[in-house]
Design a protein around this ligand. Sequence first.
Ligand code: ZN
Length: 220
Amino acid sequence: MELRVETHCHTYVSDGSASPEALLKSAEKKRLDAIAVTDHRTFRGSVLTQKYAKLVDSRVSVILATEAYTSWGDVLVFCPSPLPEPLPRDPFELRDLAVQGNCVTAAPHPFHPFMPSVKGKLYEAPQLFDAVEVWNGRSMVMFNLLAMRAAKRLGKPGIAGSDAHVPSAVGTAPTIVYAPSARPEDVLEAMRKGKVLPTLGIYSLPNLFRDAAWSIYKKV
Ligand SMILES: [Zn+2]
């Protein structure tokens, strides 16, 4: 099956504006097959979204995930079940925990200078990552191109994600995943094996404004 999967988005459990319900509804509207909710430092947003999806018998499969904050920068972690929290800040400890939990790790927006990104550490310790986010919907094209080059040089699968902080931006840049089903374990396995293709979607003008307005609102 060719699946459209959102790999990077946030609810109000961390710094997004959307409730888990609103995020899921937006994913349904965009006809996504699966969605990984990646709230900062916690699996809670994804757990709540998965519970809600089961309650309403949604056709969208929800993958448990987080955007962990390590001393090297952000790391996306996709898991069959949540890892114990608080998550380690040491990137090597986090990777060990992720491997034990059968999770998949990825470096989000790795070369973005103003986001907590792993940057050159990606080349120093590529073994910490199963995949590289080569296209981040909120990032500038030049930084995404650096991520693409890194993934190519390191031979890592490249994924795309919207990094949506407002619900309407969900699905801006889905990853195409080739898996037998949209069940989380099948999607994770396909990501690990590199059966993925990033799409290069960019925010629409209304979503750029919504995202900017939310960023300002969060700060004031
Ligand atoms: Zn993010």
